[in-house]
Design a protein around this ligand. Structure first.
Ligand SMILES: *Cc1c(COP(=O)(O)O)cnc(C)c1O
Length: 371
């Protein structure tokens, strides 16, 4: 019966995409793909048109994030997952220290922990739904943690916890949606399919002068580094506005369009105001509903870009999500392995706050009809 439930059209959002990655791509980005794609798609990434596009992305990001002097934008293929292995090979000298509070943080832990040429990684674990910083270890030469843990909807502060090591921040779902001072980071890395509303398959990172020095110095040691995972190779290619191997040009076009859209609106502060508006809309609504509880108990750690809301046991989140999906409102299921009766709603800047408001009305409607 609920399968066929029809949500009144007047309640529906104009755009029903609330996924945490891939996430909503604005139709203007698809238009940009159709327009400039006609000239650029299918042409060499070693020639000026694509190199200029990569240059626009690098410059646009530096403008948007007010990049400090000497910081550079590196990029390569394989997404953030490939970068974890590249960081393990190319930036950890002897020992990595991590904080982990969910799936993504733990995946980077698995990468450094498995490397036979490194000492056992130091890991500060926080339970799902909380967040925190790594503990200090005098022999650690990098500290790594996620700015935003997409699997649980918890965010952590970004601060230089010591001057004796590099700060390596997984900002895959944070960059472009959360405020940050790049001075506190050495690698601040991300992928285009979250706040940048493009497609997956690429990684990008701001690299500080200290990070660049580390990359160059490890490249001169006798450590074997597979070329695909060499950040020294990525540095050389990025400086030439290229990637080691062929990138997906469509991703680059949509990414460039999104960065330029941000910069026309007012850059990172505009984007983060928009995610603050959307997320506080959700948390305030949840607080006013008996059937909802924010999963992250501490308001300071509640994500501004990915809201996780637990549902009362009497209401099946899967059933709610199924009805919404049948009505064109998609991808609000919880992270699979978290296994909670939960809705997970991404409010990246591409998502219109008015649509977030409509989403809450739709969920109210469905829950009311189901109970
Ligand atoms: C999505 C995500 C990743 C994985 O990104 P890929 O580009 O798919 O490898 C890593 N970390 C976080 C925090 C993410 O949200």
């Amino acid at each position: 019966m609920t399968q066929n439930m029809k949500i009144p059209a007047s309640l529906l959002p104009r755009d029903g995409r609330f996924g945490s990655g891939p996430s909503k791509v604005r139709s203007e980005q698809v238009d940009a793909l159709a327009t400039s794609g006609r000239h650029i798609l299918g042409t060499s990434h070693r020639q000026a048109p694509v190199k200029d596009l990569v240059g626009r992305i690098q410059q646009g990001l530096c403008d948007m994030f007010d990049a400090p002097a000497g910081y550079e934008v590196l990029l390569g293929n394989g997404g953030s997952t490939a970068l974890w292995d590249a960081l393990t090979f190319s930036i950890v000298r002897e020992r990595a220290a991590h904080a982990a509070f969910g799936e993504f943080g733990n995946k980077f832990v698995a990468s450094t922990s498995g490397a036979p040429f490194l000492k056992q990684s130091a890991v500060t674990q926080y339970s799902a739904g909380t967040a925190g910083l790594p503990a200090i270890h005098t022999d650690a030469d990098i500290y790594a943690w996620p700015h935003n843990e997409t699997s649980t909807g918890a965010m952590a502060p970004i601060t230089r916890i010591t001057d004796d090591a590099l700060m390596i921040i997984d900002a895959t779902s944070a960059a472009g949606g959360l405020p940050v001072d790049l001075n506190a980071t050495d690698m601040y890395y991300f992928a285009p399919q979250k706040n940048f509303a493009a497609d997956g398959g690429l990684w990008l990172s701001f690299a500080s002068p200290a990070a660049i020095e580390r990359i160059e110095s490890i490249a001169t040691t006798d450590r074997w580094i597979p070329e695909f995972l060499s950040l020294s190779t990525a540095l050389t290619n990025s400086r030439a506005r290229q990637t080691l191997n062929t990138p997906a040009l469509a991703t680059l076009i949509m990414l460039a369009d999104q960065i330029e859209w941000f910069n026309r609106q007012g850059g990172l502060s505009w984007a983060t105001q928009r995610t603050a508006t959307s997320s506080s809309l959700l948390y305030t609504w949840a607080q006013n509903r008996e059937f909802l509880t924010p999963f992250v108990a501490d308001p300071a750690h509640r994500s501004q870009v990915v809201a996780t809301l637990d549902l009362d046991d009497s209401i099946d989140a899967m059933a709610v999500s199924k009805v919404l999906r049948a009505n064109g409102v998609v991808d609000i299921d919880p992270y699979r392995k978290l296994g909670r009766n939960q809705l997970r709603i991404a409010v990246f800047p591409a998502v219109d706050p008015a649509d977030v408001e409509s989403l809450t009305a739709c969920i109210d409607f469905v829950v009311e009809a189901m109970s």
